[in-house]
Design a protein around this ligand. Sequence first.
Ligand code: COI
Length: 360
Amino acid sequence: MSLKFDLRPSAAPRSDAEREAILADPGFGTHFTDHMAVATWTAQDGWGDSAVVPYGPFQVDPATAVLHYAQEIFEGMKAYRHADGSVWLFRPFKNAERFNASARRMALPELAEESFVESIEALVEADESWVPAGGETSLYLRPFMFASEAFLGVRSAQRVQYCVIASPAGSYFSGGVRPVSIWLSREYTRAAPGGTGAAKCGGNYAASLVAQAEAARHGCSQVLFTDAVERRWVDELGGMNVYFVTDRDELVTPELGTILEGVTRDAIIALAPELGLTPVERRVSLQEILDGLRSGAVREIFACGTAAVITPIGELKDVEGTYQVGDGQAGQITSRLRQALLDLQYGRTPDTHGWMHRIR
Ligand code: COI
């Protein structure tokens, strides 16, 4: 049975003027709406206590398991406002499916896909006025789940908190849609076979931060990891998937296994043939990419994810030097793909894939 998320309205929502000021320049991940969706799970009773409640802090016991053993997962998705004022989600059941795959890997309880989508719908309906309009703005949605039991033994929690928060968003990168520089991590890896690389769990992102800081010291906004065994095969970036455009109009991306199964990554595979491109999922060695940049066999590189959308990569860097991608500007194919995806998400082209999910 699907959970219901009835609204318990906030007694102190932000004023229209405050909200409008935030929506005029939302940034990424710093402002939150007036409500959040919640539900709890116990080993004894399963899921319950579901509602949309005023946004606010959790009271957390110092012994809460997630603080010690990081049993936690999350998702990232967006609500888009179309030109006629309607509000839509992009493939929400894909996120629901991935949330449950992450839950299984992290020994957390699954949440029925209908309940997951219902929680998102209920929150977006409650805070609909927070969905920005215009440009590439959206309402970023962050469903997450964590071990909330106060217990220090190492085992899967008997009590779990589910929550969805919402945050009006502009561009993920502070420079807007400009080609970014990527640091090639030689020292650190993010995922090993049999590990948690394919799960969307906080620990993967925590493990990327020291490499991300190294990237920042070298003027780069993201880090690219290679595999943990041979240090040879391209894995993914700190917080997004990666694609390479070849001179044969192929869109090459690392095969699934230790990487996150990105919803945007998957959409690009489906959209590619419509743009005359051939999607290829396979192992890609970093050496092949560096050689390809020199010879011209690799023409463009881009990052993709819900937050990043499709972001051109202008250069790769490591201790030995800088490898420019094409002329360092956004490539033609990257730009066409980006436009095709955004046109779909913002309702400017027909949704031939049945990906858009109307909320109101
Ligand atoms: C997303 O693209 O939604 C992500 O989760 C990436 C990052 C912000 C963690």
